[in-house]
Design a protein around this ligand. Sequence first.
Ligand SMILES: *[C@@H]1O[C@H](CO)[C@@H](O)[C@H](O)[C@H]1NC(C)=O
Ligand SMILES: *[C@@H]1O[C@H](CO)[C@@H](O)[C@H](O)[C@H]1NC(C)=O
Ligand SMILES: *[C@@H]1O[C@H](CO)[C@@H](O)[C@H](O)[C@H]1NC(C)=O
Ligand SMILES: *[C@@H]1O[C@H](CO)[C@@H](O)[C@H](O)[C@H]1NC(C)=O
Ligand SMILES: [Zn+2]
Length: 314
Amino acid sequence: MNCLGTLLTLCALVPSAHFANNAIAWCYHLPTCNDSTWPTIATISCNGSRQSPINIVSGSAQIDPNLNAFTFSNFDSPLAMDTITNTGKTVKVNFVRGISISGGALSENYDSLQFHLHWGRGASVPGSEHTVDGRRYPMELHIVNSKSSYKRNTTLAVADSTGLAALGFMIEEMGGDATGQPASWQTLSSYLAQIPNSGDKVLMQPGVSLTDLLPGVDITRYYRYLGSLTTPSCNEAVVWSVFKDTIKVSRDVIDRFSTMLRVSNSTSPLIVDNYRNLQPALRVTTQLASSTSSASRTCYSLGLMFLSVLLGRT
Ligand SMILES: *[C@@H]1O[C@H](CO)[C@@H](O)[C@H](O)[C@H]1NC(C)=O
Ligand SMILES: *[C@@H]1O[C@H](CO)[C@@H](O)[C@H](O)[C@H]1NC(C)=O
Ligand SMILES: *[C@@H]1O[C@H](CO)[C@@H](O)[C@H](O)[C@H]1NC(C)=O
Ligand SMILES: *[C@@H]1O[C@H](CO)[C@@H](O)[C@H](O)[C@H]1NC(C)=O
Ligand SMILES: [Zn+2]
């Protein structure tokens, strides 16, 4: 990453920061520093060739039988979430130690560090970063994980083309007249009133687990591609997994994110549209189409796995 010294200082102060290099005055809301300027103000990577986010074209995703199920460790712990912070760019939840992911065709175990969100202007003006078949969703949840062998040293992780694994989940408006749903998201959003300004940070109470925030998501079904951080310095160090199932959240809860958090102090603008524009297409892989029944899917996957073993691929 650019400006290593600054990053190390930031990392020491804020473990698992949003990997934002604050030495570069980047932003979402001003023409002088919005994402159209990042390739010139953060030239180490933002002008690169495997940049995120992208539009995922479901019909063009190539089948990869190696994309097996994830194992999420301690995602069901009610103690996983430690602090919640308004970074001025997003809302970020840091995790306690001991949360990790493996499987998912990752090369090793990855420590789960934090999640944060991207949004537009409420449920009606979408702001996910990835789009799927051209559709932008109201919000996107990113869970950031770093190779366990790097022991949470993000400088090392961003210097490795697969040093980070990011899990992307699309958030969709729940149908009907529901309010305050699901309870896990209602609880999460209830913290926003305590962190209105950039730099505000509070401890979270035990209760909601990461699994609680992912209701109805089949973690065996995802798109995979090699990309980058979506914020400066845009390091090309990220194995992306974008899940096919969406998280359904009621409109009132979605609307809170774009109406309660400010980019700086109480007189500054609200954080809205905190997503990067789409980058050029990249090769995307996935499991077999969901239209196949689960039994035949397993059978076909096993067949392909067997074939790939025969062909000497593992
Ligand atoms: C970003 O800034 C450019 C000018 O540098 C402007 O053309 C564009 O509309 C801005 N985009 C947003 C989303 O503000
Ligand atoms: C990105 O910017 C850097 C620094 O200015 C430059 O060395 C590099 O060639 C640029 N890369 C591309 C793909 O333009
Ligand atoms: C991360 O690793 C680098 C390279 O080994 C080292 O210089 C740096 O001090 C480490 N950073 C932290 C925060 O431990
Ligand atoms: C908010 O920040 C701006 C710019 O940094 C400053 O001029 C202003 O005095 C601040 N307002 C308050 C209420 O702190
Ligand atoms: Zn993100």
